[in-house]
Design a protein around this ligand. Structure first.
Ligand SMILES: NC(=O)c1ccc[n+]([C@@H]2O[C@H](COP(=O)([O-])OP(=O)(O)OC[C@H]3O[C@@H](n4cnc5c(N)ncnc54)[C@H](O)[C@@H]3O)[C@@H](O)[C@H]2O)c1
Length: 397
């Protein structure tokens, strides 16, 4: 394998895999229809490939793109470049096959040992893509799935992520309801998951981050209107993005309800990444929560066991949890299900967060047993989707 900046290296390749990001810019938080999308940088990158590859190359698009992109945007770039280069476009092969990679420890495994969907712009492209995918995917246990067009393959990616985003947004609206009714929503969901048809109902939580769920439904919406002249929007998918983007507001409201004015209060946030046991902070819901705390004049302590630099905020992070022992804490919010937090005992919490008066469990991190013990020590504990905790502190009041 070779890593290079040289554009000429494309001419040496038999296969070019494109995994460049394609961003959506949201203009107004919570307004799902106010977003901007452009192919500009992406198209320029494809042009570089098209201007340099050898005629017999297979190009596999793995980027998540608006459905229709491979056929309507990418292929014409190759046609035009090959025309200018006086090369036979029929020798060129183009396919789409999207990643389902999971960041973190199992990253490689999630590529090799998982199902893959693919398609090509013609039969030969499909066959070549299949051969390529078979060379590194365990297709014996995870057979490939060939779709009938690259647009279908592109749609599969954004539909599966829209489905997941909607599933999360759906459970969000039950969170406050569960709290009002003093119900443990996690227990309710465990009961529902016993039913085979309902196994993938999502849990409530702090928010949705990462690069995919926070934008993929918008790529579908953009495609529908702009590549296929669709009338209207993919309303439910788009609104799910907005619901998920605003999710940290619920935890912030819990905080406000407990503390009132945040000015000069010492707020400790445990968890910056968007996912447990990974250091990835892209679109992390902690960002919105942190901004709101700062906006109200709070003193904010930050911790994450894996994040040492918060790229989006340009902040150095002390990932050693013991540094919190010498800080002041009025309220602590557990936001990410990092193993380190899940393993904390009551004594760990008390010694790490001296003086803390309120603990907010925003992601089902603290067990009912630990919550009871904290409550016995006069620490008020509340949680997202954890209406049952109300009973604990009611008994103590
Ligand atoms: N990371 C995931 O978990 C995941 C899962 C499924 C799909 N995807 C999709 O895969 C694509 C990439 O995602 P990512 O998370 O790796 O994004 P990323 O931003 O981490 O990586 C994209 C990389 O492409 C590089 N790049 C940009 N222009 C380039 C060019 N012209 N030539 C060479 N490199 C260039 C960037 O420097 C960057 O390193 C996206 O479309 C994303 O939606 C990602």
């Amino acid at each position: 394998m070779l890593a290079t900046y040289s554009e000429h290296s494309y001419s040496k390749a038999d296969i070019v895999v494109v995994d460049i990001h394609l961003d959506v810019t949201k203009r107004i938080l919570g307004n799902p229809y106010e977003y901007e999308f452009t192919y500009d940088g992406f198209s320029r990158s494809i042009e570089v490939v098209a201007n340099n590859i050898s005629p017999n190359t297979l190009c596999v698009i793995e980027s998540t793109v608006p459905p229709g992109t491979t056929a309507k945007v990418i292929y014409p770039i190759f046609v035009e470049a090959f025309r200018k280069r006086k090369l036979d476009i029929n020798k060129f092969h183009l396919a789409h096959s999207y990643e389902r990679v999971m960041p973190g420890r199992n990253c490689m495994d999630s590529i090799v040992n998982f199902y893959r969907v693919y398609s090509g712009i013609n039969k030969e492209s499909e066959t070549m893509a299949e051969e390529f995918l078979k060379s590194f995917i365990n297709t014996k246990d995870y057979p490939l799935y060939r779709l009938h067009s690259t647009t279908a393959s592109e749609m599969a990616k954004v539909l599966e992520n829209s489905y997941r985003a909607m599933n999360i947004a759906f459970i969000e609206e039950w969170t406050e309801y569960a709290e009002e009714t003093e119900v443990d929503l996690f227990e309710v969901i465990t009961a529902i998951r016993m039913r085979p048809t309902h196994k993938n109902i999502m849990s409530p939580g702090f928010g949705v981050g990462g690069y995919c769920l926070s934008k993929d439904p918008l790529l579908a919406d953009w495609s529908y209107k702009n590549l296929f002249n669709g009338d209207g929007h993919l309303k439910m998918s788009v609104e799910a993005v907005a619901t998920n983007d605003l999710m940290p507001n619920y935890t912030f409201d819990l905080l406000k309800r407990e503390v009132g004015n945040l000015k000069d209060k010492h707020i400790t946030i445990l968890g910056i990444s968007y996912l447990n046991d990974v250091a990835d902070t892209r679109c992390s819901p902690t960002g919105l929560f942190y901004d709101k705390c700062l906006g109200e004049g709070a003193n904010v302590n930050l911790h994450d066991p894996l994040v040492t630099f918060w790229e989006e905020k340009k902040l150095q992070i002390n990932s050693e949890i013991n540094h919190l022992r010498v800080k002041k804490h009025d309220v602590a919010i557990f936001t990410v299900r990092h193993s380190l937090y899940l393993d904390m005992t009551v004594d760990d919490i008390l010694s790490t967060l001296p003086g803390v008066k309120v603990v907010i469990d925003a992601n089902n991190i603290i067990s009912n047993d630990t919550a009871k013990k904290l409550s016995d020590k006069n620490i008020k504990i509340i949680g997202v989707g954890k209406g049952q905790l109300k009973k604990l502190w009611k008994n103590n009041e």
